[in-house]
Ligand binder design. Structure first.
Ligand SMILES: Nc1ncnc2c1ncn2[C@@H]1O[C@H](COP(=O)(O)OP(=O)(O)OP(=O)(O)O)[C@@H](O)[C@H]1O
Length: 365
């Protein structure tokens, strides 16, 4: 991937698309860096497919501009844009073999016989499909068909590969395997990819950068770990990973919540009413016998224990027992086994100050 100082490769300036009263894509500015894998992530209806279709040319712009290396391309029809596209439903030609499917786009671009032969062989090898080259799509599994669709789109060497939920029709195990392969191919070929998904785990694993969208707008753009650790808004915090939210007030630069006074970074002094958040995995469980004084120590009692696989989620009542003071805490399976939690058990928690996120309460700046 190029560095941040690279000139804009693909640039979207104030692009907007409305359907009647619905602003599907609402004045979005975005710069895609050459060689990166950028994911558009968001809930159903947030506008990610519309945005992708505007880039491909299948959807027109109400206003704004799309530029590839400084050249306006938003007036060009889709077939003139140097992009490859992969959809959720493999869209292979059923009457053509795997080899013919991959060669199709090269023939229509008038590549020579020899060049086609060589490129198809490379693509078959890349996707480990040599043994299936003479089969028809109906003779392949879903995962194999999608691998064909991916290398068919890669074969002509598009400047950008656009992928719209390419794995959502596949079962979970194949999805995980194939997304790792997509990442490997993207790195090996150095190709720029824009990837649409509503699956936050997929976005976190695949991407150089993630664009979190909501209601046609960008809520946050950043590297996966930064988005996870420093979600810019409560929407992002709740959509990317789990978050405990609690309403609180700020007094003397401390968060007052459920009888506790907590320290946190970046407390807004002029905002008495806040929404605070902390991820379940960031809350520390101190040894039960722990009695020392420590910052942001909270006593709680266990209400529910739920094994989620590699982690165990505790629902605890902190402070008084109203639901407003309930927290989820996630701890590794091994720690949970040693401590052998039961309902009603008293625990001591630490809410690390650097892990507490603070947002203005709705309606306040
Ligand atoms: N052709 C259309 N006519 C009218 N409204 C549309 C059209 N296409 C999209 N919309 C609306 O625009 C908004 C954004 O839709 P879009 O398909 O881009 O969202 P999405 O984030 O890709 O959702 P999903 O993950 O469900 O596909 C939605 O409110 C949708 O109903």
């Amino acid at each position: 991937m190029s560095t941040q100082s690279s000139p804009p490769f693909l640039q979207l300036d104030g692009v907007r698309r409305a359907y009647g009263a619905v602003n599907a894509v609402d004045n979005i500015d975005l710069q895609v860096v050459r060689g990166e894998l950028l994911t558009l992530l968001g809930p159903s209806g947030c506008g990610k497919t519309t945005l992708l279709r505007m880039i491909t040319g299948f959807e027109g712009l109400c206003s704004g501009a799309i530029r590839l290396e400084g050249q306006n391309i938003h007036h060009q029809p889709p077939q003139k844009r140097p992009f490859g596209i992969v959809f959720q439903n493999y869209a292979l030609f059923p009457h053509m073999t795997v080899r013919e499917n991959i060669a199709f786009g090269l023939r229509s671009r008038r590549w020579s016989r020899q060049a086609i032969h060589q490129r198809v062989a490379e693509m078959l090898e890349l996707a480990d499909l040599q043994a299936h080259a003479s089969k028809y799509p109906s003779q392949l599994s879903g995962g194999q068909q999608q691998r064909v669709a991916l290398v068919r789109a890669l074969a002509p060497g598009p400047r950008v590969l656009l992928l719209d939920e390419p794995l959502s029709a596949l079962d979970a195990r194949i999805r995980v395997h194939l997304r790792q392969q997509i990442r490997q191919w993207q790195r090996a070929l150095g190709i720029t990819m824009i990837y649409v998904t509503h699956d936050q785990e997929e976005a976190m694993e695949l991407s150089d950068r993630v664009v979190v969208m909501n209601r046609g707008r960008i809520e946050q753009l950043g590297r996966p770990m930064d988005i996870y650790r420093f979600p810019a808004t409560p929407f992002v915090a709740g959509f990317v990973g789990q978050m405990n939210f609690f309403h609180a007030t700020v007094e003397e630069e401390k968060i007052h919540w459920s009888g506790y006074m907590l320290r946190a970074d970046n407390i807004p002094v002029n905002n008495r009413e806040i929404l605070a958040g902390i991820r379940p995995s960031e809350i520390e469980l101190l040894p039960p016998e722990y009695a020392g004084s420590i910052e942001n120590r909270v006593k709680a009692s266990v209400r529910e224990v739920c094994a989620l696989g590699s982690v165990v989620r505790l629902t605890v009542d902190a402070g008084n027992s109203s639901s407003a003071s309930q927290l989820h805490v996630e701890i590794p399976q091994a720690q949970a086994r040693i401590l052998a939690f039961g309902e009603g058990q008293q625990v001591v928690l630490r809410l690390p100050k650097e892990a507490i996120r603070v947002y203005p309460r709705k309606g306040q700046a």
